[in-house]
Design a binder for this molecule. Sequence first.
Ligand code: FPP
Length: 242
Amino acid sequence: MAEELINKPRHIAIIMDGNGRWAKQQGMLRAFGHERGVRTVREVVEYCVEHEIPYLTLYAFSTENWNRPALEVKALMELLVKFLKKEADELDKNNVRLGAIGSLERFPEKVREVLLSTIDRLKHNTGTTLTLALSYGAREELVQATRRIAEEVKSGKLNTEAVDERLVQRYLYTADLPDVDLLIRTSGEQRISNFLLWQIAYAELYFAEVLWPEFTKEHLKEALLNYQKRERRFGKTSEQLK
Ligand code: FPP
């Protein structure tokens, strides 16, 4: 219930893990797990809309995922396109704004086209911002930011002294997003896997035991209740926070 959610995270990021293992448990191909995973995506977005969480970022495809078997990569592309086409109306109705972070130029033109046109269609919405991390890798993000900053310094547009945390933030894919407050990973694995390394500097980490296709609104609510109980000190003492 919305009224229980005092002290809500402003930005939730999720590493959606366990589709493959879930499919294997069912004796099915990995792609089936991803298909079920889309259901969970829908639920989680709905929950964030219902509870007015301003930012939700989902790790949908990492730079390393390009190394998966071609058939699985193809299935993931198709699922993404299907999701965007099928959910656009609902997202719009729910006032959701869509964004994407990552090296999008690596995607086939057709996929990029659908993605960019859906982003464009939803750009005036003012509710939850759903960001899909696609062909995303945090180290790559930091490298491209560093390269662009170096170029600006070289060309004289920027002084080295002007390079501070705020400036670096502006060169990240997430320039328009606030820092992550709560990072969730499903499937019991306790790793960050090259996701939002800069943006999670002060995030609370929450590891759910269930596989992504089994993750429900109830599980998300549990994560949020757990988050509420934590004291975020940002390097200060408890006394200083009082
Ligand atoms: C990790 O499970 C999941 C992924 C690599 C892809 C996540 C994609 C989806 C949930 C569906 C598409 C998303 C959208 C937004 C339409 P895994 O395959 O690594 O599972 P495993 O660790 O059990 O093998």
